[in-house]
Write a protein that binds this ligand. Structure first.
Ligand code: DAT
Length: 172
């Protein structure tokens, strides 16, 4: 059976991991967290002193994921989307969270003041949504609100419905 590849993207803290893992457990799709892949393989190109975190080597990450993506049936979670080959994804979901809610989530993570402020600004300026719209066909890019547990549930149902339809259409 042919299965689709899905990208879940958005500013850090919007709920990509929460949604991606739950979706994988309910849909049977594989879940790949790009941050974890980079960490496990030490796929880094340097260290960002300002944000106090390593910088992923995008080319190495793409090489590492290529085989999974060719096989299909993968949900990828990452706070960036412009360096993946366009053909990898059949749908791109950009999660969106209100500033005050996102602020609290990131504060809990212990982000420093600059990292916190910059991430909130990134969400306000819809940086990831615009990056997704520029990197993929606009009709495969969907924004989903991600503020409450109810919205999480609605998003999962919506994506499960989308997967079911895609599978029907591509396994005739
Ligand atoms: P990300 O992977 O985008 O960085 P996450 O999945 O780790 O985000 O979620 C950050 C925090 O927010 C975590 O404590 C779980 C919570 N969360 C995620 N989605 C939520 C939602 N729809 N409603 C309420 N809390 C949510």
């Amino acid at each position: 059976m042919v299965l689709p590849n899905i990208l879940i993207t958005g500013t850090p803290g919007v709920g990509k991991t929460t949604l991606g893992k739950e979706l994988a457990s309910r849909s049977g799709l594989k879940y790949i967290n790009v941050g974890d892949v980079a960490r496990e393989g030490a796929l880094y190109s340097g260290y960002d002193e300002e944000y106090d975190c390593p910088i992923s080597d995008e080319e190495k990450v793409v090489d590492e994921l290529e085989n999974h993506m060719t096989e299909g049936g993968v949900t990828v979670d990452y706070h960036g989307c412009d360096f993946f080959p366009e053909w990898w994804f059949h749908a791109v979901f950009v999660l969106r969270t209100d500033n005050s809610i996102l602020y609290k989530r990131l504060e809990t993570r212990g982000y420093n003041e600059k990292k916190l402020r910059d991430n909130i600004k990134c969400e306000i300026c819809q940086v990831l949504y615009e990056e997704a719209m520029l990197s993929y066909r606009e009709d495969i890019v969907h924004q989903l609100p991600s503020n409450t547990p109810e919205e999480l549930e609605e998003n999962i149902s919506q994506i499960l419905g989308w997967i079911e339809q895609w599978v029907k259409d591509h396994n005739l």
